[in-house]
Design a binder for this molecule. Structure first.
Ligand code: UDP
Length: 342
């Protein structure tokens, strides 16, 4: 076995994973990437290599295959795990719940079993603000805000994942866990070499905006304009994916400094709420293009407004978001244009 401290990044070719790999390398870490490209592309790895100017360590592995996963721990001396690999389409999870429970829960259990078997103490988990459900009344959520029953199997896998991690730490094993609850990641690397690759028609707002502007989609429908918000449209906490990636580096640094087993939850957002109309206006401003959009009916299950209280992120892992909404929208648009030109 090679004597080096490697960070295993599951799902490292995905949207958040690929940007995190770049930030890890920039900060002197050596990621070992695994991905099975079920929801990502090999092109993303080429993009990362161009950005960092070095070759990546990569293995095509499905995290639900325990033997394949364990072989990675035998090959490399892993010092920390960042576990991104999971399915994430809310609608698909309603129609195919077993796929989600098998991959998201099975994959997490395999990673945890390997962590314990191979004495890997540092574990970073990708969770989501979806665990809060609809915060009703209070729009800012802290890590202590009450959770609601998940309204999709996808959401349930994130709640359950957090519970599994917390129970495992409570059982007295040697494990330090940082559970990051992401708000709405948007944007792309400023180089335009990596970004989001939605499969089929995007569900998320910003890829829908950029694909409409470039002519792949005809028109954006804004889901509802009678919400109890200043302009009637829903409010979210959109965070630049590079800031989000950076939170993993800060989180890992924090984990490595802890001497005892721990389980901590940290919100990763900007602390600012932005409405759908504000996103459209920002897009039109930074791109100089007029977007084809119309108001439509509310989307079932949409939360009216939610954004992060980021006090804990600042105090615990000494991280906060640096980039603006304009940066994020500009980078997403740059990525969309490069993607289609290539
Ligand atoms: N949204 C919209 N039109 C779309 C996609 C999204 O108006 O085609 C709105 C949606 O109602 C929500 C916001 O954009 O208020 C963010 O939606 P997204 O699916 O990106 O994130 P989530 O709802 O999961 O936070």
């Amino acid at each position: 076995m090679e004597e080096k401290n490697y960070i295993l990044v599951t799902g490292g070719a995905g949207f958040i994973g690929s940007h995190t790999v770049v930030e890890l390398i920039k900060n002197g870490k050596t990621p070992v990437i695994i991905d099975d490209f079920r929801n990502s592309s090999r092109e993303m790895l080429n993009g990362i290599e161009k950005i960092v100017g070095s070759e990546l360590i990569f293995h095509n592995i499905d995290v639900s295959n325990k033997n394949d996963l364990a072989a990675i721990f035998t090959k490399y001396s892993i010092n920390g795990i960042i576990h991104f690999a999971a399915d994430k389409a809310v609608g698909e999870s309603v129609n195919n719940p077993l796929k989600y429970y098998k991959n998201n829960i099975g994959g997490l259990i395999n990673c945890l079993e390997c962590a314990l078997e191979f004495n890997v103490e540092n574990f970073l988990f990708s969770s989501s603000c979806t665990v809060y459900g609809d915060p009703e009344g209070s729009t800012t959520v802290t890590e202590e805000s009450p959770q609601q029953d998940a309204n999709s199997p996808y959401g349930a896998t994130k709640q359950m994942g957090e519970r599994i991690l917390s129970d495992v730490v409570k059982s007295g094993v040697n494990l330090k866990v940082l559970n990051l609850r992401y708000f709405n990641p948007i944007g792309a690397h400023e180089s335009g070499l990596i970004g989001e690759l939605p499969i089929g028609r995007p569900n998320n707002l910003l890829p829908y905006v950029t694909q409409t502007a470039i002519g792949i989609l005809e028109k954006l429908t804004v889901f509802g304009n009678t919400y109890n918000t200043p302009d009637g449209t829903c409010i979210r906490d959109y965070i630049h994916v590079v800031d989000l990636a950076d939170a993993h580096v800060s989180g890992l640094d924090w984990l490595e400094k802890q001497s005892n087993s721990t389980f901590e939850i940290v919100n990763v957002g900007t602390g600012r709420g932005t409405s759908v109309l504000e996103i459209i206006h920002t897009f039109e401003k930074v791109s100089g293009k007029q977007l084809n959009w119309e108001f439509g009916v509310k989307r079932i299950g949409d939360v009216e407004q939610i954004f992060a209280d980021v006090t804990k992120a600042k105090n615990l892992i000494h991280w906060d978001a640096k980039k603006s909404m304009e940066d994020a929208v500009r980078d997403a648009w740059n990525w969309e244009q490069k993607l289609r030109n290539d």
